[in-house]
Design a protein around this ligand. Sequence first.
Ligand SMILES: [Ca+2]
Ligand SMILES: [Ca+2]
Ligand SMILES: [Ca+2]
Length: 493
Amino acid sequence: MIRSSTAADYYVDPVAGNIANAGTALKPWSTLAAVFSATPPKAFQAGDHLYLRRGDHGTVVLSGINTGDVFIEAEAGHTPAVKLSLLNAQHWLIKGLTILGAVEIGNPKNENSHDNTFENCYLPNGGFRVCSSRITLRGNHIRNGGIHFQYHSNNGLVTGNTIEDFFSDAMNMKGNFNVFEYNLVMNSHKVNKNHNDMFQGWASKGNVLRGNEFRAFSDPKQPDLVKPGLSDVQGIGLFDGWYEDWIIENNVLFVDHAIGIWLEGAKRCIVRNNTVVRCGENAAIPDRLPNIRITGKKPGKPGGTRPMSVDCILQNNVAERFEWDDSVTGQNLNNIVVDQKAFGSTFLDWAKRDLHLKPGASNVIDRGSSANTPPKLDADGNARPAGTAWDCGAFERGPNSPSADTAPPSKPSGLRAIAIANYGVDLHWSASTDNRKVTGYDLFRNGVKIGRTRAGTNYLDINADTTGTYTVQAFDHSDNRSALSEGARSKTP
Ligand SMILES: [Ca+2]
Ligand SMILES: [Ca+2]
Ligand SMILES: [Ca+2]
């Protein structure tokens, strides 16, 4: 982003600010809610930054049509909290905020809030409900909610987000030409008769699902399972075609249901280099074998024939089962069944959710077909093919492939805990390092776990504004855990 010479920086501070101020670092405005309800209205232009400081920024309906991005972001070292929806808002980039509740980006009657971005935000009890086009969601962490692209939400990019602990569909999608890639979707909670899907899509065109990990549950004893080790969540469910020109590649699914990746009614769809395996032992019963399946469209009436799916490609996948019947035309090649007995010789560590290929896994390494221009990268972004041919499944075994991860992240340092009444305790620390990658941090107050973040190195404890002693612990994808940080006693600034 090139900033115009007239772009300005503004500061918003619920603790020390006043809306009558000039909005400078030394004379900040008060809250984001006050900024957006001020009379006369505050005007912004492309390239302006609003830096938010710790505290409660209220409930904001963000509106305003910008010609280029205007930035609303957390000032370094601050964890501002806000409730937020967008209406007639364009070209806003929102970064590093803690957002309470669900974010509505437009609504079914007003889809005018297009061209907006949310980056590295933490949503502890909500999610995104998107009713506008060209929305980018990048690196956000959503707990107890999901990402729903509704109505005409087209041309969106959803990348690198984590959706953790969901109670209905984690992601669903009604628009066209959207890309969902490199997201982590995990831990389904079944709280009513509805069937959760990790991803459900309706009739649409040109969507891409790439390099995502979908995991039914992490802990077989987590709350709200049907029984220990069984969540009953469905994987990628595309049940209501026509689906046209979709690409589904390099995804990893841990499911305890037959529905791994299903398409019913597909034209020119490509399903390649995915890995679909059971999440727990309950998938061992035969009708639950995790499955990749393409069939014709659902019959119009009971007992009717399925209209044919045409020109589909099912290639280079790994799953416990495949279905491709006479109701589909196209190419079905080099798909490998890997059953549970072969997990140990095929994957680095299935039990720790690591499906990188083991050196020497000759059942899948170099067993892919080079037909139809398969993906040039694997789920890690490493080049394909390595060796003599494409590998099957989401990961290519090559010079950059990892070995099994048993090394924990380093101990987090520099923890600070700042208490503000009617807001909470703002926690900050310095990032840990890991041989692969730190994937998140758990937070503890007086030794009791209070929460988790994957969106940064800060966290807002909204349930306390008095004294307590905090610690933080880093973890990686294989749930190797760092030592606890030194304790930090909360204090007022
Ligand atoms: Ca559903
Ligand atoms: Ca290879
Ligand atoms: Ca590690």
